[in-house]
Design a protein around this ligand. Sequence first.
Ligand code: AMP
Length: 189
Amino acid sequence: MLNIVLFGPPGAGKGTQSDKLIAQYKLVHLSTGDILRSEIANGTTLGLEAKKLMDQGILVPDEVVIGMIESKVDANKDSKGFIFDGFPRTTAQAEALDLLLKKKNSSISMMLSLEVPKDELIKRLLNRGKDSGRADDQNESVIEKRINEYNSKTAPLKTYYTSQDKFFGVNGVGSVDEIFDSLCKVIEQ
Ligand code: AMP
């Protein structure tokens, strides 16, 4: 199986590149942000609880997202692999993911990290907010909070995957196709 963790701060381009990677490598896309937004759209209890945190740019509890990922992995037993987008975001999530894949005799193949400077992230997120209407992309202080959450809780995962020789940084500034080419080069090396 080819199991990729697509990593990077909010606005780095994970969603855009995931779409291209799943088409190229026939992988199943698992985005915890998308799953949470669909829970909100369906008005579930989980969605309503998560929304309160998401609107403030705060991470939802580990147990919630780990449970969501577990059921999606179980529901896609025959897949050639997964792209994990926006997950794991904490060390506890990364450990849970390793354990989950191990139970399925599989493992993470690599973490691909999209590197983008902070001023560019803020510009992209505010633009996306205008197009998508996503509340958490429209408010600069919520964006700041999300980037801070990333730096304090998620960025340490770089060390986690480096210690397993699975971390690969890619320049996330440039055209969508240029960035995609860089990602493919790492996958196929
Ligand atoms: P995203 O679409 O990945 O930018 O996620 C939007 C929001 O959903 C985040 O700001 C968090 O509040 C929440 N979220 C998404 N994925 C996770 C995760 N793996 N762990 C905790 N919270 C998450």
